[in-house]
Design a protein. Structure first.
Length: 575
């Protein structure tokens, strides 16, 4: 699909069998990248009989589950291809991997600091703390460090001479972490948090009980669901998933693609696809950043971060040169197709968030990326009892913390987007500040070099917080999902529950999200309500005549991610 030769082309050829057919791949591919490259999008059977495919690209939605060599529940986005693998679609009734029947060894680790999440925030906090002499353990569920922002290419596709600034910044921070002697557990998931000094984790081969003196939660965020008719069709994915395919594996999401959403990530994604030689049929941006009233705000953006503004202008020039239609104040409102996406409908969106039927555009495509903002991954912080507040503007639950990431729980820090979405540069700066704060409470010496880095991080934090505030004024836009989704639109992806099936359970007596969950089952699926929570919360709050609060959503509970029952049972028995 990529027009020009890339490092991927020189990687070793391998293959695997998928549903009885041979699929060519490259050494270093994930199943998601290999199957997408082959034009195969439908990976899993759903409860309603339809097929599903790659959606979030980061192990949250579980819609890309497949069966690998007899083991069900393997996520295509998180599992690497091995030559000769036997793979099939995930049956609707099977969800959890079956390979953990044998008891796994358990190890107890008591570090000075446990950092959960290896994105910009977690990497920075780990590096600063370890360089000062603390024993730091860094755990991340992906096989490679970097998180969503600093996602790194597979080793087989690495071309040092063509890495952009974002790749290089991430590689430098990862190298710093390793040089500092940070202990790293990759491919491991925290599935339970019972106290700040009692967390449990597991990988495919081991289990751990973690008892840190200090805890940093840097679990990042995942993209909001955009519940419109057809959003569950194979070939529809988040912008983050599309970016992972391209940046980590050099695989575009399709041959005729469309991007729709709100914010600069979508513009960057469209430009990167164009530069990779992909046909981008159009970009629909919910806001209109070029409105005259945004002129002064745009100048302020350039003042706070001229580099980011320059990059943004470059993306627009790339799209203009390729003659990509840029549809401002518009969004994809409907997706059509039988077994996978074939067509989309784009409409004008008014300032009130409602659509206009006078401006309908139709595009024939084979892949769609949707990016309409992020939700903090806050289940660990909530389980530990960290105080949260519901932010009405973003409609997200945000942890109460200071500029150093300190929460209401002693020795527990929440940094980066897991506490409230503010971007990678803010996350990285707070990571440094959190590391500094932790060191102040230890017996370690604060070096002059760290003091300088702390001052620089403080300036970066203030500048980038202001930048983010101005940025979202420029990209201000709203859309009424309640108007767009129809009674038959799927809201709960896991259990294939429609809007009418969930809303129909609401009565005068039903006033909480938890109650609606019990009667409708929405939120009981394998993603644990991450994509239907916003709908359930808004509907129950509306029914109760209340404003959503910290306690309006589903209560977090272990396991936070799908975990084999054998792992949980072994931990309970040994406890």
């Amino acid at each position: 699909m990529v027009a020009k030769p890339t490092k991927r082309d020189s990687a070793r050829n391998i293959s695997f069998n998928f549903a009885g057919e041979k699929v060519l791949a490259k050494d270093g591919d994930s199943f998601a990248s290999a199957l997408t490259s082959a034009g195969i999008y439908d990976l899993k059977e759903s409860l309603d009989g339809s097929r599903r495919g790659l959606y979030c690209g980061m192990g949250v939605c579980n819609e890309c589950a497949i069966v690998v060599n007899g083991d069900s529940g393997k996520l295509a986005c998180m599992t690497s291809v091995c030559d000769g693998d036997e793979v099939s679609r995930q049956p609707a009734a099977a969800h959890v991997a079956t390979s953990s029947a044998v008891a796994l060894p358990e190890l107890e680790i008591a570090p000075d600091l446990l950092v959960i999440g290896a994105g910009p925030a977690g990497l920075a906090a780990a590096a600063v703390s370890a360089e000062a002499g603390l024993r730091v353990l860094l755990i991340d569920e992906r096989g490679k460090l970097g998180g969503q922002y600093f996602k790194q290419p597979a080793d087989a596709f690495l071309d040092e001479g063509h890495l952009d600034a974002q790749f290089r910044e991430g590689r430098a921070l990862i190298a710093r972490v390793k040089a500092a002697g940070v202990e790293i557990l990759s491919g491991a998931t925290i599935w339970g948090a019972f106290a700040p000094d009692h967390l449990v984790a597991a990988s495919a081969t081991s289990r751990w009980v973690l008892r840190p003196k200090n805890l940093v939660i840097a679990t990042g965020a995942y993209e909001k669901g955009f519940q419109i008719p057809g959003w569950t069709l194979p070939g529809v994915m988040t912008t983050g998933a599309a970016q992972t395919l391209l940046r980590s594996y050099q695989v575009p999401l399709g041959s005729r693609v469309f991007i729709s959403g709100n914010g600069p990530l979508n513009i960057q994604m469209a430009a990167e696809l164009v530069r990779a030689g992909v046909k981008v049929e159009g970009l629909a941006e919910l806001s209109n950043p070029f409105r005259i009233k945004n002129a002064l705000t745009s100048l302020a953006l350039a003042w706070y971060s001229p580099k980011l503004v320059f990059n943004g202008i470059g993306y627009f020039f790339t799209l203009a040169k390729a003659k990509v239609p840029i549809l401002l104040s518009q969004a994809v409102t409907r997706v059509s197709g039988e077994e996978s996406i074939k067509q989309i409908e784009v409409k004008k969106i008014g300032s009130d968030g409602c659509t206009s039927s006078n401006s309908v555009k139709i595009f024939s495509i084979d892949a769609l990326a949707l990016g309409f903002g992020f939700m903090p991954s806050n289940e660990i912080a909530r389980s530990l009892g960290c105080k949260h507040e519901f932010d009405q503007k973003s409609q997200t639950l945000q942890v109460v913390r200071d500029g150093y990431g300190r929460t209401s729980i002693k020795n527990v820090y929440v940094i980066g987007d897991s506490g409230g979405v503010a971007g990678a540069q803010v996350a990285k700066a707070v990571g440094v500040l959190a590391g500094y704060s932790i060191l102040l409470g230890s017996s370690k010496t604060i070096s002059s070099q760290l003091l300088q880095e702390k001052k620089k991080a403080s300036r970066s934090y203030r500048r980038n917080v202001k930048f983010q505030s101005k940025l979202w004024k420029v990209f201000s836009g709203t859309i009424s999902l309640d108007e767009l989704n129809e009674p038959s639109t799927i809201i709960c992806r896991c259990l294939s529950l429609s809007k009418s099936e969930i809303s129909g359970q609401i009565s005068e007596e039903l006033r909480t999200a938890g109650a609606l969950k019990r009667v409708s089952r929405a939120g009981m699926g394998i993603c644990q309500g991450r994509y239907c929570t916003s709908f359930v919360v808004s509907k129950t709050a509306e029914n109760a005549g209340e404003i959503p609060s910290e306690y309006s959503g589903f209560a977090p509970q272990a396991p936070f991610k799908p975990t084999a029952i054998g792992i949980i049972a072994e931990s309970v028995i040994q406890k």
